[in-house]
Ligand binder design. Structure first.
Ligand code: SF4
Length: 353
């Protein structure tokens, strides 16, 4: 597959030889930048989020969020509908990328003003088509729906191309996984703009992860998709962790811990669910290209734990801690967490030395 062009969103490159980036969207209105907001964004970054989008429904929301630009290195995307003046204000404020739907911005001179301001400030613009807002008639096969989606995106693109504006990211969104696959695959054959992949309205945690994995996995395997969002009707943190898991399993992302955990059964002598819950923050934020196994008993536990960089498994009323194949500690269940975290820290030091 032909490679995409590269665009620069603040410190983040998207497209070309840049790794596939992970994004999420803030899930509530923001009246002011608080220390909690900044620390949550930093935590999202530690979990793998590369870029975050905020809804900017009015002028006030731009003023409320602008101070965040100086308090985080993560590029911010302003999501704007209907009013081109909000887009102009967000660009002036320094948002590194905006997302607009040219169709609801109105007359083309308004879109042209946005393009001129974005050119001047080096702002990237995501434009795209969403199947939910298309008036579809007649043929409802995935192929026909995909063609309509591509046509809508190309109509939106037309003015940008006429103005010679190339700092564009495109999204073609559908809640159907086949339409998502076909439209993005065929669009890439025709254009080299970076593609933002996602299944729209994917639903709650489990359906969203299954649909997104099926819908995006094949595209990513074919080298299509420069940034992804796993839309989930839940905490944005899950979107980041799911995206990272998908990319990591496809070999497209490194630098985060891969977790092997047993589901537990009647043989368990160690509560792997509770243990994983108690150490998830450390496992999800340490930037280690390592595997960690958390297993329940001595039947399958030692085998899996041995193959991991760090493993822990129940063994009667004790746990065994493994490091790269060797048992390095035996602990009572009550000291398991402390011992495990000590070894995790040791591993971190080895990786960073
Ligand atoms: S490792 Fe042991 S406790 Fe966990 S699922 Fe396998 S047999 Fe059951």
């Amino acid at each position: 597959m032909a490679s995409s062009r590269k665009v620069q969103i603040g410190p983040l490159a998207m497209g070309g030889d840049a790794p596939v980036s992970i994004q999420t969207m803030w899930d509530k209105p923001v009246d002011a930048v608080t220390p909690e907001l900044v620390s949550t964004i930093n935590n999202f970054a530690a979990k793998g989020c590369d870029i975050i989008r905020f809804a900017l429904p009015n002028m006030k929301s731009v003023d409320a969020l602008a101070p965040l630009l100086k308090q985080t290195e993560m590029p911010l995307v302003g999501d704007i509908h209907f009013d081109y003046k909000i887009a102009l204000k967000a660009i002036e404020a320094g948002f590194q990328k905006i997302r607009i739907n040219p169709g609801n911005i109105g007359e083309s001179w308004k879109v042209e003003e946005v393009i001129a301001a974005a050119s001047h400030h080096g702002t990237v613009i995501r434009i795209g088509a969403n199947e939910g807002s298309l008036a579809g008639e007649g043929d409802w096969t995935p192929e026909a729906r995909s063609r309509r989606l591509i046509e809508a995106a190309e109509q939106n693109l037309e003015l940008f191309e006429r103005k010679g504006f190339k700092d564009v990211v495109i999204s073609l969104k559908s809640s159907d996984i086949e339409v998502t696959y076909l439209s993005n695959r065929d669009f890439r054959k025709r254009h080299d703009y970076p593609l933002h992949l996602g299944i729209t309205e994917a639903g709650p945690l489990i359906p969203a992860i299954v649909k997104s994995t099926l819908g995006l996995g094949d595209l990513l395997k074919e080298g299509i998709g420069e940034t992804i969002r796993i839309s989930i009707s839940d905490n944005p943190e899950y979107e980041i962790l799911a995206a990272r898991e998908l990319l990591s399993n496809l070999g497209l992302r490194r630098g985060q811990i891969r977790i092997i955990g047993c589901p537990k059964c009647g043989r368990t002598s160690f509560d792997t669910h509770g243990f994983l819950e108690s150490v998830k923050e450390e496992l999800n934020t340490l930037p280690l290209d390592a595997s960690v196994a958390v297993m329940g008993c001595s039947v399958n536990g030692p085998g899996e734990a041995k193959h991991a960089d760090l493993g822990i498994t129940g063994n009667g009323n004790q746990v065994l801690i493994f490091k790269r194949g060797d048992i390095i500690r035996r602990e009572d269940i009550c000291s398991a967490k402390k011992a495990f975290l000590e070894e995790l820290e040791q591993l971190r030091q080895e990786f960073s030395s």
